[in-house]
Write a protein of this length. Structure first.
Length: 136
C-alpha cells in the first residue's frame, strides 16, 4: 500500500493516517486528563460506582475508534489495489466504485472525529457536574 496515494485533493494516505494518529494522541491525552480529574473526586465506593459508566464509555469509545481506523485502512487498501490493476484484471473497481470507497473513507474520518469530540466533551461536562456536587 503506497502512503503517497492521493485519496482526495490535498490528502494522501500517509497524511490521512498521520492526521488520524495525531488526533488519537490528542484524544488519549484528554481522556487521561479526564480520568486523573475523576480520581481526585473519588472519596468513597459510591463515587466510584457513579464514575464507572463514564470510564466504560471511554473504553467503548476507544474500541469503536480502533474499529473505525481498521475500516478506513481496509477501504484505502482496496482503493490503492484497484488503482494499480489494469482494466480487465480480476478485482478491478470502476470509477464509481472507487468514488464510493473514497466517500466511505471520508465519512468514516468525519464520524471518528465527531464521535471523539462529543464523547470527550460530554465526559468533561459530567466531571464538572460531579465536581460541583462535591463542593455543595
Amino acid at each position: 500500500m503506497s502512503i503517497e496515494f492521493e485519496l482526495f485533493p490535498g490528502k494522501n494516505l500517509g497524511g490521512l493516517f498521520k492526521d488520524i494518529y495525531d488526533n488519537q494522541q490528542v484524544k488519549k491525552l484528554r481522556i487521561s486528563e479526564l480520568i486523573a480529574e475523576m480520581r481526585k473526586l473519588v472519596r468513597h465506593s459510591g463515587d466510584m460506582i457513579a464514575m464507572a459508566p463514564i470510564i466504560r464509555d471511554l473504553i467503548d469509545s476507544s474500541v469503536r475508534n480502533d474499529d473505525s481506523l481498521i475500516k478506513m485502512a481496509a477501504i484505502a487498501q482496496r482503493i490503492i489495489g484497484a488503482s494499480q490493476k489494469a482494466e480487465g484484471d480480476v478485482g478491478f473497481l470502476s470509477n464509481d466504485e472507487k468514488e464510493q470507497l473514497l466517500q466511505d473513507l471520508e465519512q468514516a474520518v468525519v464520524e471518528v472525529a465527531t464521535e471523539n469530540d462529543i464523547k470527550v466533551d460530554n465526559l468533561a461536562n459530567e466531571i464538572e457536574e460531579l465536581k460541583s456536587k462535591k463542593t455543595k
